[in-house]
Design a protein around this ligand. Structure first.
Ligand code: HEM
Length: 124
């Protein structure tokens, strides 16, 4: 099959691999001193579940519809900084590299996440 026609979700390996990515990711995030305090009050199984759906849809999976809350509503009172957002992306990059996803696909994912910065970072 022509690799160029695959969506990012397929390039990452589909459902199982995207689940793994999100699980590993939040494991790292919750150990990170810069980020973990933000999640103290969060229901992490809900966050992982919704984030997995959000990412699947963002990465082009036609069978997934994100049904969670509006991203601005969720994040606007969390005072997330640009530095924290950058660290979030670094964890994602590291996990994807560990999973041996090609760099080009990792860069594309990071760009998609980057496109949401203004919905997440309110502490300028
Ligand atoms: C430093 C970066 C980030 C931090 C600290 C953060 C923090 C949080 C927290 C604490 C929650 C749970 C809120 C609650 O249950 O009340 C949450 C939920 C969520 N976040 Fe983030 N977030 C970050 C970046 C992002 C990014 C980049 C995206 C997507 C591009 C995202 C998508 C989501 C989604 C989909 C949920 C679940 C919403 C729901 O439960 O309905 N977050 N985030």
């Amino acid at each position: 099959m022509d690799n160029q026609k695959k969506c990012l979700y397929e390039k990452f390996g589909g459902d199982q691999q995207v689940s793994e990515l999100i699980d590993q990711f939040y494991y790292k995030v919750l150990f990170d001193k810069l980020l973990r305090d933000k999640f103290l009050k969060a229901d992490m199984s809900r966050v992982r579940y919704q984030q997995k759906r959000f990412f699947s849809q963002m990465m082009g999976d036609k069978n997934t519809q994100y049904t969670g809350r509006d991203l601005i509503e969720v994040h606007k009172n969390l005072n997330i900084t640009n530095q924290q957002f950058d660290k979030f992306k670094i964890h994602l990059k590291n996990i994807a590299q560990d999973m041996e996803v090609p760099n080009q696909d990792i860069d594309e994912l990071l760009q998609q996440v980057e496109n949401h910065r203004d919905l997440i970072v309110f502490s300028k």
